[in-house]
Design a protein around this ligand. Structure first.
Ligand code: UD1
Ligand code: CA
Length: 460
């Protein structure tokens, strides 16, 4: 049998109070619609149709999904009208899995269950028991347990609002028959809209049986209508991820204070301390320790890495056993070799540090290559930018860069070479050489006490 997914995503989402189309607002690091699409993909439908309207071009561009057929709903007249738009895309008969672009916690397993239940009945829909049902539609069943009708919160009586059984906005319905019920909808309700929910009530009244499938995790039914809902759903996506990580052997010291985007991978026996924030295409090995406030995006950390507190890593690769921070900033293009150490207030950009390199304090390394075992003294700076172009600095293996060395690029320091503290190095340094660039020190004997007497002639 043909099974298609139709995702309703054309609404304006007025209560978000945003210029951005609602379904593009992010949860778990992705637009909310992305999550719904992923669920539809996992449900292995023959086709995926997405109904767009408000900000349609932006939505299409942001999702960039070649497997989707985009259907336009020019005027947003309600969910029933939205679903009616896909009719001309369909031929023959089959099932439509209807999803809402603003209900992103939906699981693929729920869609499979709905498909099965609809197979045995006319159709099916997901319901949930929520302690705070809020503005969700209330669901009423017939004596045989199938759907009687759905009453929108804005149309409900005080009595009806007492019901905590809500419509999750996820359905499996037979086509083409459902379009007959949709074509007979009217806008006689509080919102003046064509409600998809009324079409289902009409189908039930005409003797069709809709199975009510109760969600095992009622949280799946949370739809995003405003920013508070968005934050709630975001937190749930993170909690799901943290649960998965914990089951896979990752220690999360304080889950409520930890952010791990669902795209991130982490190995066993790694520990995440509070306020760790992991984003994008980040992969972290086993036996790593990420201390308080580590912020990491699109980076790969090998096994046994320690990130000390309040370090920021973006687009870098960190080799096995490295230590980074506290207060380090690794910018895109940073590669740290095995066992290297980048310490306090060190910034690294587009640079490769070989194994065992140490850059412990107050340093900037940009556009540099640093050979194995080199030691970068406190306050060293690669002067990589001349105001027009960026230039490279090369530091050989086991070189010793004295504290406060300015390396004016392009410049090369040879293997095992040494630079004297406080030197401004503008010429290449041969291997094994010492480069010193600073004026000789002069000591003026008794100068300090003479100055004192000058200022205070009577004083001792
Ligand atoms: C809808 C249901 C409600 C259910 C809730 C679940 C109706 C009438 N009500 O209410 O019973 O509890 O979802 O979250 O269906 N949309 C369009 N075109 C439109 C209108 C809406 O594509 O003309 C899309 C929206 O972008 C959204 C989805 O349909 O993704 C749901 O619409 P929304 O207005 O948020 O409905 P709710 O009031 O939440
Ligand atoms: Ca909604």
């Amino acid at each position: 049998m043909t099974r298609v997914a139709a995702i309703l995503a054309a609404g304006k989402g007025t209560r978000m109070r945003s210029e951005e189309p609602k379904v593009l607002h992010p949860v778990g690091g992705r637009p909310m619609l992305w999550w719904v699409l992923e669920a539809a993909r996992a449900a292995k439908c023959d086709r995926i149709l997405v109904v767009v309207g408000h900000g349609a071009d932006r939505v299409r561009a942001a999702l960039d999904a070649p497997d989707v057929t985009w259907v336009e709903q020019r005027e947003q007249l309600g969910t029933g009208h939205a679903l009616a738009q896909v009719e001309h895309e369909l031929e023959g008969e089959g099932q439509i899995l209807v999803l809402s672009g603003d209900v992103p916690l939906v699981r693929a397993s729920t869609l499979a269950e709905l498909g099965e239940a609809a197979g045995a009945d006319w159709g099916s829909m997901a319901i949930a028991d929520l302690p705070e049902p809020g503005t969700l539609g209330r669901v009423f069943a017939r004596a045989d347990g199938s759907l009687d009708r759905i009453v929108e919160a804005s149309d409900a009586t005080a009595d009806q609002l007492e019901t905590h059984t809500v419509n999750a906005g996820i359905y499996c319905l037979p086509f083409p028959e459902v379009f007959e019920f949709l074509s007979r909808l009217s806008t006689e309700n509080a919102q003046g809209e064509l409600y998809l929910t009324d079409a289902l009530g009409a189908a039930a009244a005409a003797g069709r049986s809709l199975a009510l499938v109760e969600l095992a995790d009622p949280g799946e039914a949370i739809g995003i209508n405003d920013r508070a809902d968005q934050a709630r759903v975001h937190r749930r996506l993170l909690d799901r991820k943290i649960g998965d990580l914990q089951r896979a052997g990752v220690s999360v010291v304080d889950p409520a204070r930890t952010q791990v985007e669902p795209s991130v991978e982490i190995g066993a026996d790694t520990t995440l301390h509070p306020d760790v924030d992991l984003n994008g295409a980040t992969r972290i090995g086993s036996n790593c320790t990420l201390r308080q406030g580590a912020w990491i995006r699109d980076s790969v950390l090998a096994d046994g890495v320690t990130i000390e507190p309040y370090s920021v890593l973006d687009g870098c690769q960190v080799g096995p056993g490295c230590t980074v921070g506290p207060f380090a900033r690794l910018r895109p293009g940073t590669v740290l070799g095995e066992g290297s150490k980048v310490g306090n207030f060190v910034e690294v950009k587009k640079s490769t540090l070989g194994p065992g390199v140490k850059a412990g304090h107050l340093t900037y390394l940009g556009d540099a290559t640093v050979g194995e075992g080199a030691n970068i003294g406190a306050g060293t700076i690669t002067c990589n930018y001349d105001g027009v172009d960026k230039h490279r600095t090369e530091i050989g293996a086991r070189a010793f860069i004295g504290s406060d060395t300015m390396l004016v690029a392009p410049v090369k320091v040879g293997e095992g070479a040494v630079t004297g503290a406080g030197s401004t190095v503008t010429q290449d340094v041969p291997s094994g050489a010492l480069a010193v660039e600073r004026s000789r020190q002069r000591n003026v004997e008794g100068w300090a006490s003479r100055r004192k007497r000058k200022k205070d002639p009577k004083g001792g």
